[in-house]
Design a protein around this ligand. Structure first.
Ligand code: AHM
Ligand code: MG
Length: 345
């Protein structure tokens, strides 16, 4: 073997590789509890369909008029790229059928989008995370979470979506990278499917994904370090100690892509609070909570530096939070660094 030969063992993915061809539709049907109505599987299937449509358009983004800014500013004060708007429309359109979804919370919509008062599910989503990367052909993704309404016959209101991530019944993302991959959990493990563009189906790639024991990466935008809240320097000092595990820094700038790589190879993604922006940048409901749900299901966790991200009950739909999400030892270490700083004052 010379230095250019690929590693014969392949990447150290902590999950079970698929044997044979299993479509997402079949996997969902085989894995739903026997007493389930099939509504949640149907909803996940609708999301997979939305992923196919968005993937097909992102593939052509550089060739079409879709690339560029739409000229409006979303509720976060960010320019809306045309693809953001397109992806938001696709999600709303495909999830409004079947009467399953009562309301959707989207990064691109200032207010909840009400679809069907008696639908049993609320969907929260960032239709195109990392969209500032589109014009440089870098991976982006759709993040989603699903809550089941406690009482679908009660009047619909904010209590149906201002809920802690711990109450999610499913969450996941679709990553538009070198291939398109759908990763989801409905509370019994994390499963990953790759879109076969020839047949137009998501096919099982790994089931029961777990963070590998030895983490390989940390994903932080080190250029923001001068603005970070104080305890972060303790973590950077720890990273540079000779007895610290050998970690590489990798930062794509699409949280979903950074999370995905760290899930496969072990690592942590962080977007800390900053001195002038203690709440950080990442949104709790449709970015942080779904990723924390997946991390938890894969043997990792998510924290805001003080508490588990899954325990935070939001007070408004576009609330931001500091985020540390990924492999357990790294999230625990980050939390400890921030807490020690607090204690030492
Ligand atoms: P977006 O939802 O507007 O795309 O913003 C979220 C993105 C994350 O995907 C990414 O981790 C972060 O913003 C990058 O921000 P920065 O360029 O400040 O590092
Ligand atoms: Mg986003």
């Amino acid at each position: 073997m010379n230095e250019f030969d690929p590693d014969p063992a392949g990447p150290p993915v902590g999950g079970r590789a698929a044997e044979g061809i299993v479509t997402i539709e079949r996997f969902l049907a085989d894995h739903q509890p026997s007493e389930a109505s099939g509504e949640l599987s149907g909803l996940l299937d609708d999301i997979a369909m939305a992923g196919k449509v968005i993937a097909s358009r992102t593939r052509r983004a550089g060739l079409t008029e879709l690339l560029g800014k739409v000229g409006t500013v979303n509720v976060q004060g960010e320019d809306q790229k045309l693809m953001d708007v397109y992806a938001d429309n696709v999600m709303t359109s495909l999830l409004s059928g079947h009467g399953r979804v009562c309301a959707m919370i989207s990064e691109e919509q200032a207010e909840p989008v009400i679809l069907n008062d008696s639908g049993p599910y609320v969907v929260v989503h960032d239709p195109l995370d990392g969209s500032s990367n589109i014009d440089s052909n870098v991976s982006i993704g759709t993040i989603f979470g699903i809550y089941r309404r406690e009482d679908p016959s009660a009047p619909l209101g904010s209590a149906d979506w201002l809920r802690p991530g711990r109450e999610l019944v499913a969450a996941g993302y679709i990553l538009y990278g070198t291939s398109t991959m759908l990763v989801y959990s409905a509370g019994s493990g994390v499963h990953a499917f790759t879109l076969d563009p020839e047949v137009g189906e998501f096919l099982l790639t790994w089931s029961d994904l777990r963070f590998p024991e030895d983490p390989a990466y940390y994903s932080l935008n080190l250029a923001s370090a001068p603005q970070w809240e104080n305890g972060m320097s303790r973590f950077v000092d720890w990273l540079n100690r000779p007895d610290t595990p050998d970690l590489s820094q990798r930062y794509i700038g699409s949280a979903v892509a950074d999370f995905h790589r760290n899930l496969l190879h072990g690592g942590v993604f962080g977007y800390p609070g900053e001195v002038n922006r203690p709440e950080g940048k990442i949104r709790l409901i449709y970015e942080a909570a779904p990723l924390a749900f997946l991390a938890d299901q894969a043997g990792g966790r998510g924290s805001d530096g003080v508490q588990d991200l899954l325990d935070i009950r939001p007070t408004h739909i576009h609330q931001r939070t500091p985020v540390f999400v990924g492999a357990l030892p790294l999230v625990d270490r980050l939390e400890r660094c921030l807490q020690e700083e607090q204690e030492d004052g």
